[in-house]
Design a protein around this ligand. Structure first.
Ligand SMILES: NC(=O)C1=CN([C@@H]2O[C@H](COP(=O)(O)OP(=O)(O)OC[C@H]3O[C@@H](n4cnc5c(N)ncnc54)[C@H](O)[C@@H]3O)[C@@H](O)[C@H]2O)C=CC1
Ligand SMILES: O=C(O)[C@@H]1CCC=N1
Length: 263
């Protein structure tokens, strides 16, 4: 039995960037590693992660037969072959695929099974601060959804959306950690340009991102009003905001989302 409830074994197929991040988030936040079985890929990544976290590794998908819920974290190129192999043991299980593209309809069709969901987590799941969008097939009962939520809840927020919104939600929450990392890197580059050490520049930029995000989450004000609070009349911040806009900052962000959406 898991530390937080009456759960049984869960399985993972693929423990790369996102599969590994979810497994890490689960174990580091109290999910019992003895209830996790992982079928990894060819590299040593899964074994390295197992050495840190202690879950069980198997070499074949059919060895996940005793699990209740299976999470798939392989890339798009391996997805269909994994789904086809999973067919033999899938009856009675809940399947959740982490794929950047695709639909529940496609997953159902290739797997030949109805209880399949499509989820797009983001890498902060690794520290229990993730944001995961999920679309369930219509065959998921409220109890089934509760079961998935009770697992992924260890990794942060889980939000159910209709399939037509999952792609854009996955971009806004799932691709954007890379966009924010780029911003943090650029900000610290600027700090270094003006004489800060790299270490202090990163500390300042990361500390700011954590603090500003926490404030945005807890405040009654929206981010636009929070920006207004920083921009003192005639002060330095509004000059920086003007320079960002002059260089197309807002448009660059919107275009980045358009590009990730394939537009
Ligand atoms: N990286 C991210 O932040 C996010 C990724 N995704 C989606 O998750 C999927 C995987 O992406 P990443 O984790 O970034 O890729 P990745 O390449 O880091 O991980 C994929 C893993 O699957 C393993 N694998 C391949 N074939 C396998 C098989 N037959 N059995 C077991 N394992 C197998 C590979 O060895 C690799 O470790 C993609 O569809 C991506 O769009 C979704 C949300 C966020
Ligand atoms: O780049 C990708 O395909 C995935 C989807 C969300 C984040 N990474």
């Amino acid at each position: 039995m898991n530390k937080k409830g009456d759960l049984n074994m869960i399985g993972f197929i693929g423990a790369g960037s996102i599969g590994g991040a979810v497994i890490t988030g689960l174990v580091k936040n109290g999910y019992d590693e003895n209830e996790i079985i992982v079928k990894g890929g060819k590299s040593s990544r899964t074994k390295d992660l197992r050495d840190q976290l202690g879950f069980k590794i198997v070499s074949k998908i059919k060895q996940l037969a005793d699990t209740d819920v299976i999470f798939i974290g392989v890339g798009a190129n391996a997805l269909d072959s994994v789904l086809k192999e999973l067919k033999d043991i899938v009856d009675g299980k809940l399947v959740v695929a982490f794929t950047g593209t695709g639909t529940v309809a496609h997953l159902k069709q290739v797997l030949g099974y109805d209880k399949v969901a499509h989820a797009i987590p983001n890498t902060p799941v690794k520290v229990g601060a993730g944001f995961t969008g999920i679309t369930y097939s219509d065959k998921f009962t409220p109890e089934d959804k509760k079961k998935v939520a009770s697992i992924l809840g260890y990794t942060g927020q889980l939000v159910e959306v209709p399939s037509e919104q999952l792609g854009i939600l996955g971009t806004v929450a799932g691709c954007s950690p890379a966009f924010l990392d780029l911003f943090i890197e650029a900000l610290s580059d600027a700090g270094v340009k003006h004489g800060l050490s790299r270490e202090l520049a990163y500390d300042a930029a990361i500390g700011m991102a954590i603090g500003a995000s926490k404030l945005a989450k807890q405040s009654d004000l929206n981010p636009s009003a929070l920006k207004d609070e920083v921009t003192s009349p005639g002060g330095s911040t509004i000059k920086g905001v003007a320079a960002l806009e002059e260089n197309g900052f807002r448009n660059a962000v919107i275009k980045a989302v358009d590009a990730a959406e394939g537009e």
